[in-house]
Write a protein that binds this ligand. Sequence first.
Ligand code: CTP
Length: 357
Amino acid sequence: VLERAARAAEKLGAPAYLVGGCVRDRLLGIPVKDVDIAVEGSVEPLLEGLKAAGAETFDRFGTARLTFPGGLRVDFARTRKEVYPSPGSLPVVSPADIHSDLYRRDFSINAMAQPLIDKGGGLLDPFGGRTHLKKGELHILHDGSFVDDPTRIYRAARFAARFDLRLAGNTREALDAAVRSGTPKTVSRERLREELLRILDEKEPSKALGLLRDWGALDFIRPGLKWTHADFESPDRWTRLGLLAFKLGRNGPPFLESLRLEHGLRRDLEHPIELAERREAPKEPLSKLSLGVIRRALPGLPAAALKPPLAGGAELMKLGLEPGPKFGKLLHELSKAQWSGKVKTPSQARAFLKNIL
Ligand code: CTP
């Protein structure tokens, strides 16, 4: 695909480059999952010969994505410059050359470009990203970087943790100043949520979260977040988020609400918190996600604590009770007994109901 894209770009006189994370990862010898290609010109003609390679989608900025069965993604975008009308807002973009495109980026290690057809110039590395990678340093490209885009504070933690980098002096100063002046508040909750989720997708999120806490930036996501390494044993981002919320207790549901999650997802993550607060088994079967969260949050819970009532209306009627408000009350008692471990099996549940009756 890269060769065909390169040849097409050459024919069109529109130089094309590998850019961003894939260049960084190649230099580090890390397998690349997502490939970004920046084109100094329109993307569409470049894709003409590539249609067979996979699905493609365009957005209104003329970007395109090819997806492959193994999960590899190749994104094409026109080289652009960005202007931030106000701190934390989304940038206004306009076409520009590769140099401006590199300058609009977050860190020197992410601001390198490899021409698809190398005419002898080799890697474009105007900010010294390759050396910084070798030295283990994270550098912003200009002092206003974190104010323009405060999500970079969270990205800094992610990259510093993942590649074991330290923040260069000026970068740390700019970051501290941006946090002190509260710039993360200028970012929408949805964007902050996405940054948190991307941290939760990391192999080991503890280190990035710890850095953010040390920098005073975690409070903008939610004050009082707590975690242990064990909370991240499941690789699933939602289970991990559920555990962060669970540890907040009563503050968990408002935290989840503040993240503006899709309704069903929020429900699944709130459910374990509610059950633990009420100390009772669920009325309905728990979703896989709710189960995953609560089992990890409270590993000692008896299995019956996570099951709907082990006896129900049919049993109560067999015991001679007429359906009515008492039903609900009795089943509620049963849920509590299941939670506490007093009732473990359907026969114990029947005996329990008979006993109270
Ligand atoms: N980028 C940026 N500022 C942002 C987001 C992205 O400058 N707030 C630029 C960086 O050059 C980055 C590239 O866009 O390398 C692609 O963004 P993304 O896919 O988020 O980053 P990756 O570096 O590919 O990170 P990852 O390895 O986590 O996918």
